[in-house]
Every structure is written in structure tokens, then in C-alpha cells.
Design a protein around this ligand. Structure first.
Ligand code: TXA
Ligand code: MG
Length: 344
């Protein structure tokens, strides 16, 4: 398949390119597009064949449901049974990086939800995503636009590397601001359960919800027979080809461990900015300032892709703290490391 690449600037949106991409979606094709979190691989959410094409292009198991992207929070009415808490959350956080699970309506085929009777809804804030959904005039089902087994794409070139030749079109809109996927919650009255942590933190959700529970799979390994609250939790997450080990300890202890390690073994290191000049290894990746969690989130998936290009036997990274935005970093890294943590 010949994949059409549109280069569109988020600051100056080319309406005719958006219209062309929207027409591809309306006629059953697939278009990858940038959002503020990561790139999505979009298809018409009301078309069961589009969902099948998405699963095939990604190489994704078809029981792992897709998020339906909408142009405005009220569009949820077309696809789901809403409630008062949904609208309070929408007022606080939409458009933005929050996905809410609600009971689904029949307009959404069960292929989109992997057979579940709920649907995940998200109203993205990225101007290209918004323009595309509006122009398509229908909800867009979109998982992250990576091949299964790669990290989510935070740059157009990641999508091109993974999906060129497999889908109808890719909109390259540059770098995604947040770089990690949206926060996903389910609701029970005004209690939220956090299924995937993201830029909307549990503290932020507490401004609207009475209580925020954290699903065990966010931080812990699922046991063999456990049924996860979100099907995506059970799938093996992206892991670099060299084993990734997370280091837990105070900053000096971690630094001296890394000094010794880089002399003893061929290691890649995802390090903080202040460590770059101290370590001086050719396989270092600077993931940002120590306290700048947003910068680290933005850098993480590109860093994991880059680490895969190194010829090394082991990769080290810092174990993130679990508070605020740190929980999202912790969740992605602990899974990429298959829960391997070394206390130093
Ligand atoms: O930021 C994002 O959320 C990105 C952009 C493109 O919007 N999308 C994304 O989609 O990360 P995906 O498919 O890679 O991850 C969606 C996760 C999966 O783990 C899936 O299992 C879960 O959401 N999910 C979807 N529908 C669900 C439902 N009805 N109940 C529980 N979990 C659901
Ligand atoms: Mg994904």
C-alpha cells in the first residue's frame, strides 16, 4: 500500500490536507495523526471494518479495545451513556489527555471495544487532532500509532518507521507535547479508578472525584490468572532488546553504581541532565532535568527507541518516584523493565 504523508504544522493548519485525510477516514481508510499525548492510528469508530484494519496494521490482538476520539465532550452522547461526573471531569480536563470509560451505545461496534460493553472516550486538545475529528464528522477510534511491540510514537518519524506502507495516510505534525499516553479512568459514581496514569494525575482528578483508586496493575505485576480491569494491562509492554534495569537509591549511590557499571560492562544509560558530564559514556541518553517530570515524560519513548539502536548488553535507568506525573513514568518504565529493580 502506498501511504500518503501529509506534513502539517499545528500552528498553521492546512485545511485542504485535513479535508483530504478526513475523506480517507469517512471512506473506511486509516490515517495516523498527532495528539498532545502520542500519535494515534485512526479509523471511523462506527465502522467495524475500520477497526479490523487497525488491528491488522498494528499487529494488535483484537480483544484489546480502542479509544474513541471525539471533537467535543458532548459528542460522547452519540457513543456512550454519560453521567454527571463525566461532565464535571470534561469541564475540568477536556479537551486534554484524559480518557473516560463509560457504558457503550450500539453506535459503537463491539469490534472497537474488543467485545466489552464499555467504551473509552477521549477529546484530544491537539489542534490537528481536533481539526481532523471535526472534519471527519464522526468519532475516530485510535490506538497509539506504533506496531505492537514498539513504544508509542511521539514523533512523526516514529510512525513512518512503524506503519509506512501499512495504512492509507500519516499526518506528520512534529513532536507530541506530552509524549506519554492519556490517563485512563473508569467511574463508579464519583469514585474513579485509575487504569493507566498519565499527565492528568490522581491529585488533579481529586478536584472532581471523591476518591481515586489506583488499579493494582498500574504498579504491580499481574499474576498469571488475574483478569485486568483494562485488557491492555495484560499484554507484554514494549521492552528494549537489551534488558532494562531500574536503579533505586539515593542520587550519589546511583551515580557511583553507574560509574562502576560503565567501566565493567557495555551498558546504555538513560540519565538525568546533570549526570551527562559526569558519566561521559557514548551510550548515554539525556532524559531531562532530575526534577522536570514533564520533560522526562516527553523524552521517554524516543529514548527507549534510541536505546534499542545501541549495541549494548544492558540498559540502566532511574526508578521514578510514584507521585504526581512520576506515576506515569514509573508505570511505563517498570513494564519496559519487566519489573526488574536493583537497589543500590
Ligand atoms: O493518549 C492516548 O490515549 C493515545 C492517543 C492516540 O489518544 N491512545 C492510546 O491508545 O494510547 P491505546 O490503544 O494504545 O491504549 C488504550 C488502552 C488499552 O490499554 C486498552 O486496553 C484500554 O485503553 N481500553 C480501551 N477501551 C477500554 C475499555 N472499554 N475498558 C477498559 N480499558 C480500555
Ligand atoms: Mg498503545
Amino acid at each position: 500500500m502506498n501511504t500518503k504523508i501529509f506534513e502539517i504544522s499545528p500552528e498553521q493548519i492546512d485545511r485542504s490536507a485535513i479535508e483530504e485525510a478526513a475523506e480517507i477516514l469517512r471512506s473506511g481508510g486509516l490515517v495516523a495523526f498527532p495528539t498532545e499525548t502520542v500519535y494515534g492510528l485512526g479509523g471511523n469508530a462506527t465502522d467495524e471494518n475500520a477497526a479490523a484494519k487497525i488491528y491488522a496494521a498494528k499487529g494488535r490482538p483484537s480483544d484489546n479495545p480502542l479509544i474513541v476520539h471525539i471533537a467535543s465532550p458532548e459528542d460522547a452522547e452519540r457513543y456512550a451513556v454519560t453521567n454527571e461526573v463525566y461532565y464535571r471531569l470534561a469541564k475540568a480536563f477536556m479537551p486534554g489527555p484524559l480518557t473516560i470509560i463509560l457504558p457503550k451505545k450500539d453506535t459503537i461496534p463491539s469490534t472497537v471495544t474488543g467485545g466489552l460493553d464499555t467504551v473509552a472516550l477521549r477529546c484530544p486538545s491537539h489542534p490537528i487532532a481536533r481539526a481532523l475529528i471535526e472534519a471527519a464528522g464522526v468519532g475516530i477510534a485510535a490506538p497509539s500509532a506504533n506496531r505492537s511491540g514498539s513504544p508509542s510514537p511521539s514523533l512523526g518519524e516514529h510512525v513512518i518507521r512503524d506503519l509506512d506502507g501499512r495504512i492509507d495516510a500519516i499526518i506528520d505534525g512534529g513532536s507530541c507535547e506530552i509524549g506519554l499516553e492519556s490517563t485512563i479512568i473508569s467511574l463508579d459514581g464519583s469514585t474513579a479508578t485509575l487504569l493507566r496514569p498519565g499527565a492528568i494525575t490522581s491529585d488533579a482528578l481529586l478536584c472532581v472525584c471523591n476518591e481515586v483508586k489506583i488499579a493494582p496493575a498500574v504498579t504491580e505485576m499481574l499474576s498469571e490468572n488475574e483478569r485486568p480491569l483494562s485488557p491492555g494491562m495484560k499484554y507484554r509492554h514494549y521492552a528494549p532488546s537489551a534488558p532494562l534495569v531500574l536503579l533505586d537509591g539515593d542520587p550519589d549511590a546511583v551515580l557511583s553504581f553507574l560509574y562502576r557499571a560503565q567501566n565493567a560492562e557495555r551498558c546504555g544509560i538513560l540519565c538525568y541532565h546533570d549526570e551527562v558530564d559526569l558519566l561521559r559514556n557514548e551510550r548515554l541518553i539525556d532524559i531531562g532535568e532530575r526534577d522536570d517530570l514533564a520533560a522526562q515524560a516527553h523524552a521517554l519513548f524516543a529514548a527507549l527507541r534510541k536505546a534499542d539502536d545501541f549495541d549494548c548488553d544492558i540498559i540502566y535507568a532511574h526508578l521514578p518516584k510514584k507521585d504526581g506525573m512520576g506515576l506515569a513514568l514509573y508505570n511505563r518504565l517498570i513494564r519496559a523493565a519487566a519489573h526488574t529493580v536493583l537497589s543500590v
